[in-house]
Design a protein around this ligand. Structure first.
Ligand code: BTN
Length: 264
């Protein structure tokens, strides 16, 4: 199935070029597209680079977890971006990518995705996609970021580890059909560019408004790990600065900032 076969040419042909003139690297196998992208940044010191692979031997997720996927079954790629915003807003870039995935799954495949803040996309409560945003060291004030996306596309139930079967899913399992990866990547990147444009012009309220439309977490009781402290309460808002606003069990309302917050 040609539309599923990854190659540099196939990827270049479907990428949008309205906002970014992507320079594409395709590796049939690599350790991690994040690491490969970091090496490219060291060498070329520029953004607008997309690294995709068919298989990772050391794929990484957040919190030092590994990200596993059998060969040829997923979308696995990283982008080098120079967003130019202060690092305090970068967790919204993670949200931006998760929203782009949600738009793609709902428009392209008629699915009903949800965002689990900030970086997971769920279908029917199970994780189908993760986003990893890593800040690179630069000499200038401007931030450089490697944003990696791992989307489970054509994994069968046996390809998902039994430990994760109750927590993870793929597009194949949700639709009952093989989903060709190339057009899916094209649709996802088009959607990502649309959201990235919103992010670049600093319209964070718009990103937050859209996050709210894809989130089932507002109003629910959550446990948040912030730094090394766990807090519990009801998630009542995501404010315009991107802070999570919780009504704590103590009755106090408090805002939590930054990408070191995660739900447990
Ligand atoms: C998470 O949910 O913890 C984030 C997972 C991110 C996985 C992707 S796959 C492509 C890129 N390369 C990696 O090693 N990780 C990211």
């Amino acid at each position: 199935m040609q539309k599923n076969r990854m190659s540099k040419k196939a990827i270049r042909n479907i990428l949008p070029r309205e906002l970014v003139n992507w320079d594409v690297f395709y590796l049939p196998t690599c350790d991690s597209t994040q690491d490969f992208a970091a090496q490219l940044f060291k060498k070329h010191k520029r953004g607008g680079i997309l690294v995709a692979t068919n298989y990772q031997t050391r794929g990484r997720g957040r919190a030092a977890r590994s990200w596993l996927s059998p060969r040829g079954k997923a979308l696995l790629f990283s982008m080098i971006l120079l967003p130019g915003h202060a690092p305090s807003h970068l967790h919204l870039l993670t949200v931006t990518a998760a929203l782009a995935v949600c738009d793609t799954l709902s428009k392209h495949l008629n699915l009903k995705p949800e965002v689990k803040w900030p970086n997971d996309v769920l279908l029917g409560g199970k994780k189908v996609c993760g986003v990893l945003t890593e800040l690179l060291k630069t000499k200038s004030q401007k931030s450089a970021v490697i944003l990696g996306i791992g989307l489970n596309v054509n994994q069968s139930a046996s390809a998902l580890s039994p430990d994760f079967l109750h927590k993870a899913t793929s597009l194949f399992l949700e639709t009952g059909k093989t989903v060709p990866r190339i057009p899916l990547l094209g649709a996802l990147m088009k959607s990502f560019e649309d959201y990235y444009f919103i992010f670049q012009r600093g319209a964070f309220h718009e990103i937050i408004r859209r996050w709210k439309s894809y989130s089932s977490m507002l109003g629910t009781r959550v446990t948040l790990l912030t730094g090394n402290k766990e807090v519990q309460g009801a998630l009542i808002d995501l404010d315009d600065s991107g802070a999570l606003v919780l009504r704590l069990d103590t009755g106090k309302t408090e805002a939590f900032y930054g990408s070191d917050c995660r739900f447990v």
